[in-house]
Design a protein around this ligand. Structure first.
Ligand code: SF4
Ligand code: SF4
Length: 200
């Protein structure tokens, strides 16, 4: 087009006499809008270690690893901010609602190692009393019991777990050998429970 349209001239004049849309960042700190999606953080006291957020993360910025040492186990959950795209899926699908939340932090550029762009939390796990595998986080079972209320006792793993937590269970020594029906009243992983119920 040879001549600018009146609309463009009007826009240019208006912009000339109004404040700029751009900010003075980095000379002055930029304060993002409250709805801005910045890097996410885990909140260890609110997270129950269910790993739903890991499953929905499209970039694999979230990961977890179960570590067993003797008769103790923990789940280590990690956020790698360098591959996070701040899509918000983790926060949206968080089972405990406040286990992971996005902040409004946008400026994460660094000259340090990539490993500094990481947050790690640890959740205590429980072990199957038969096969010794780590199968759930303690807080996840407490959360499930609270959600189910009076409906939780038919699940004998939850029942035995809660009785252990309240010190109501007499500690009976584990029998050597294959699993038997009386083991159903122990804290068992899903595989051992199926075996105790259907094959013993
Ligand atoms: S905001 Fe998106 S990319 Fe980043 S950790 Fe959450 S789900 Fe993954
Ligand atoms: S509670 Fe939320 S943050 Fe924690 S593992 Fe589950 S989905 Fe992720």
């Amino acid at each position: 087009m040879k001549y600018p349209k009146l609309r463009e001239i009007k826009g240019a004049l208006k912009s000339f006499f109004s404040r700029p849309y751009t900010t003075k960042y980095p000379k002055r700190p930029h304060i993002p809008f409250s709805s801005f999606r910045g890097r996410p953080y885990y909140y260890e006291d609110k997270c129950i270690g269910c790993t739903a957020c890991v499953n929905v993360c499209p970039t694999k910025a979230l990961s977890f690893k179960d570590v067993i040492s003797g008769n103790k186990a923990k789940r280590v959950l990690t956020i790698n901010w360098d591959v996070c795209i701040a899509c918000g899926q983790c926060e949206l699908n968080c089972v405990s609602v406040e286990g992971i939340m996005l902040s409004n932090e946008f400026d994460i550029a660094t000259t340090e190692e990539r490993s500094t762009l990481r947050q790690t939390i640890e959740k205590e796990m429980i072990l199957c009393e038969h096969c010794n595998s780590a199968f759930a986080c303690k807080d996840h079972l407490h959360w499930t019991i609270e959600k189910l209320g009076a409906l939780y006792p038919p699940n004998t793993t939850l029942l035995a777990f809660n009785q252990n937590a309240l010190s109501l269970n007499a500690k009976t020594p584990k029998k050597e050998g294959s699993i038997s029906r009386e083991d159903r009243f122990r804290v068992l992983c899903p595989e051992c429970r199926r075996e105790a119920v259907f094959t013993s």
